[in-house]
Design a protein around this ligand. Structure first.
Ligand SMILES: C[S@@+](CC[C@H](N)C(=O)[O-])C[C@H]1O[C@@H](n2cnc3c(N)ncnc32)[C@H](O)[C@@H]1O
Length: 349
């Protein structure tokens, strides 16, 4: 068919203030063109589609005390919000390395930062796992500051094609790097009930781990695929029918959140890579080098707390956070995704 014969495609309309589908949010997905629409979404305490609002920015900058001329690492680039703030502190002097394993969002962030004038003279962006921090240090030399803002970005959660959220239909993938490893749907096909129950318990403290794992494995044995976000949600919903109606919806939602979290941690080996990163971290820092780590669930926080404490007891760190710092009440009310964040810091001896 030549061009003239091609049918005119209507642009997807933004249906009122609450469009149901991700691709209908075209105003939020073009923040440069529709700044007003984006501001309105932020004012309502939500995160615009295709964007990520950085958490604890002031607290992190206060910990890292970045000065012009230093060399630092943002281990989790995401939307580049923290990276941008750190670059401002460097004031065009020194160098920042920023990593992310996500091959889909990384080029978009790189382009946004380049458009703001941050090129390879001041910023090096690498698609890399932060567990390879030692490789970065070989190139950068000792680091004055390091930030890791763990987990997933809002862009990843909101994009139904990535499968991170049960709130919209999509493939049950959950990989931060879809080019590597196996999807959550594939993982469910071969896992035993025992292992799945352990995964739900260890990665997310799921109270109905026995019931849910039994139901998932029974479905798969019957030859039914659990290959989409909503099919997993449906199994969880059906399994928890025994919960009294008054509290059932809330319980199902929480179990879905926990099960998706557990699967995400599993397919991305999140505990293993965090452990490797924490082990290698001290050797990459300068004397007096500062590190800040933002976590979003108790399993991650426990690993960070234990590692900082052990290295502190060995004299490797001269100071560590006495307790986790929480985002302010104002930040939590303006950004619901900040509510479960915990921030810890350490300073190398
Ligand atoms: C919470 S977001 C970071 C947001 C960022 N601080 C900002 O201000 O926009 C976490 C990011 O870390 C990335 N990530 C998670 N695990 C990683 C790993 N092991 N190595 C590198 N990047 C990782 C995710 O792909 C995601 O983009």
């Amino acid at each position: 068919m030549d061009n003239q014969e091609q049918k005119h495609q209507r642009r997807v309309r933004y249906k009122g203030t609450h469009p149901k589908a991700f691709n209908e949010k075209y105003k939020e997905l073009q923040p440069e063109k529709y700044a007003d629409a984006v501001t309105k979404v932020i004012q309502k305490g939500s995160t615009p589609a295709g964007m990520h609002r950085s958490i604890c920015v002031n607290e992190i900058l206060e910990i890292l005390q970045i000065t012009p001329g230093q060399t630092g690492l943002d281990a989790t680039l995401g939307y580049g919000g923290h990276t941008l703030e750190m670059l401002k502190c460097l004031d065009s002097k020194g160098h920042l390395y920023s990593l992310d394993i996500d091959p889909i969002e990384l080029p978009r962030t790189r382009e946004r930062l380049e458009r703001l004038g941050y090129d390879s003279n001041i910023l090096t962006i690498k698609q890399m796992n932060f567990s390879d921090i030692d490789q970065v240090a070989l190139e950068s030399g000792p680091l004055n500051f390091v930030l890791a803002d763990l987990g997933v970005s809002s862009m990843q959660i909101d994009n139904p094609e990535r499968g991170f959220s049960f709130k919209s239909e999509g493939p049950l993938d959950l990989r931060l790097n879809p080019d590597r490893g196996i999807s959550a749907a594939e993982r469910l096909k071969t896992i035993s009930q025992n292992e799945l129950q352990g995964m739900l318990l260890e990665n997310a403290d799921e109270p109905y781990s026995a019931e849910i794992s039994r139901a998932i494995i029974a479905e798969i044995k019957k030859g039914r695929e659990i290959s989409t976000t909503t099919s997993l949600q449906q199994v969880i919903k059906d399994t928890l029918k025994f919960i009294p109606e008054a509290t059932r919806n809330d319980a199902v939602k929480k179990s879905c959140q926990r099960c998706f979290q557990a699967l995400r941690i599993d397919v991305n080996n999140e505990f293993e890579v965090l452990y490797d990163f924490l082990e290698k971290l001290p050797a990459t820092l300068t004397e007096g080098g500062r590190v800040a780590i933002l976590t979003f669930h108790s399993g991650e926080d426990r690993l960070v707390k234990k590692s900082f404490k052990r290295f502190y007891n060995q004299g490797v760190y001269k100071e560590i956070a006495p307790e986790a710092i929480r985002p302010s009440a104002a930040e939590c009310s303006s950004n619901s995704r900040a509510r479960c964040a915990k921030l810890r810091w350490a300073i190398k001896s």
